[in-house]
Design a protein around this ligand. Structure first.
Ligand code: URA
Length: 190
């Protein structure tokens, strides 16, 4: 069985998943976007309204901002794969609860195993908390610093929804740091 076939099967399982209550409010499950052989795996928080409607991660306002930064930094389609800590939209865009992330974790762990990326980018504090043992560590402290765990390299970055509030590209501004981090990550795989 090849990887593609297995990920397709997993996606089918996700479509029928009712492991947590988020399944009750969803329009579509949001499995992934991008290249299944990519060296960089982005993990966001959760689907929002646009993602729930399309079944694709990071296609709303924050997603468009992320994708424009990736473009600007020179990321190609084959460089990355994107998923979230949960596959269904939480009501009113609240953060996913620990038990929802836990219920969905099997799918994410399988995706990571199949893709086997060189770097896992933790996009924002929710993704950071899912993989970092130090639960008190903030995204501001963690961003830009590579750490290793369970044989994988993790690299936390700001969440693009945070960047929607700050427009400056001045040195050390959130957008400046976000771009710097994305360039550093790309440099690690080239
Ligand atoms: N869209 C996603 O798919 N994930 C996020 O974390 C934010 C927007």
């Amino acid at each position: 069985m090849n990887t593609l076939c297995s990920l397709d099967k997993l996606k089918e399982q996700v479509k029928n998943c009712n492991k947590c209550l988020l399944c009750e409010g969803r329009t579509k499950t949001v499995f992934s976007d991008g290249c299944e052989k990519a060296p960089i795996f982005f993990i966001g928080e959760a689907p929002g309204k646009n993602e729930d409607e399309t079944g694709l991660p990071f296609v709303g306002r924050a997603g468009k901002l992320l994708r424009s930064f990736l473009d600007e930094c020179g990321y190609k389609k084959e460089d990355f794969y994107i998923a979230n800590t949960v596959k269904c939209r939480p009501p009113e865009n609240r953060k996913p609860k620990p038990e929802e992330k836990e219920a969905c974790r099997y799918y994410l762990d399988e995706q990571i195993k199949f893709v086997n990326p060189k770097i896992i980018v933790l996009v924002g504090s929710t993704a950071l908390a899912s993989f970092c043992d130090d639960k008190k560590l903030t995204i501001s402290k963690a961003r830009g610093k590579l750490f290793k765990k369970d044989g994988y390299n993790f690299f936390p970055v700001f969440h693009p929804s945070y960047l929607l509030r700050y427009h400056s590209m001045e040195e050390n501004s959130p957008r400046y740091l976000f771009k710097k981090d994305l360039l550093e990550i790309l440099g690690m795989i080239k």
